[in-house]
Design a protein. Sequence first.
Length: 262
Amino acid sequence: MSELVIDQLAVRVGGKTILSGVSLTVRSGEVHAVMGPNGAGKSTLSNAVMGRAGYDVASGSMRLDGRELLALETWERAQAGLFYAMQAPTEVPGVSLEDMLAAAIGASGGAAGDLGERLQTEAAAVGFDLALLDRSLNVDLSGGEKKRSETIQMSVLHPRIALIDELDSGLDVDGLRTVARRIEQLTESGMGVLVITHFPRLLHELKADQVHVLAQGRIVASGGPELALELERTGYGDYLEDEPPVSPAASRPQIDDPFFMG
Ligand code: ADP
Ligand code: MG
């Protein structure tokens, strides 16, 4: 049983406060979705949890199975059991998917063993063209192929907790279903998921447990999967900054009104 506990996390990016107190707990086998308007800080949250440079944690804590992540380098967080499928995965010329996974497995003290075979099976499971396995990591892959590649990595590494940022960007409907099913299987064997998405469809495929709305730098609402459907109808308007209060002077009628009680 694993647990990622994000507690009152405040994050500054480029000198601006983007997150001002986000609290969220993800346990083994659970799927938590973070939704919210563009620019709300959803990717900032996953970048900060993974320790990406430039995402400065101003206060709060993040613990994986009781271990504070703040003091750890990104690779140490990965070794501790976190995986981050980025919104726009990085291209690494000269390093194949197999090279990268062999290094990751080796660094965690595992044996790569039948990795080549394993990759073929996992690639077939998510419809990733086997010919692409020889390419450099993410280089010249389409958006959808990159997301399939991330899913293969997740399947092979089987992290404790996976942060998945906009898996839906670039995947067609069939691809999304295939990839979501593979991830759902991983959750059944204990992986916890924090998924960022705009699409209730994906949450349905992943059998999401909880949906959280990130706006104004914090989680402003949490609920079951029905919250995602409601958001699709209503948008995020209700969660955005309130209109500034109208001052009494401004609300005074413009014309001389004998019945005005102000
Ligand atoms: P979301 O994923 O919710 O759409 P982001 O977390 O990507 O939002 O961005 C939140 C805000 O932080 C935006 O205003 C964005 O421009 C800013 N931001 C994010 N990353 C960086 C960065 N590396 N440098 C400067 N500004 C950034
Ligand atoms: Mg984003």
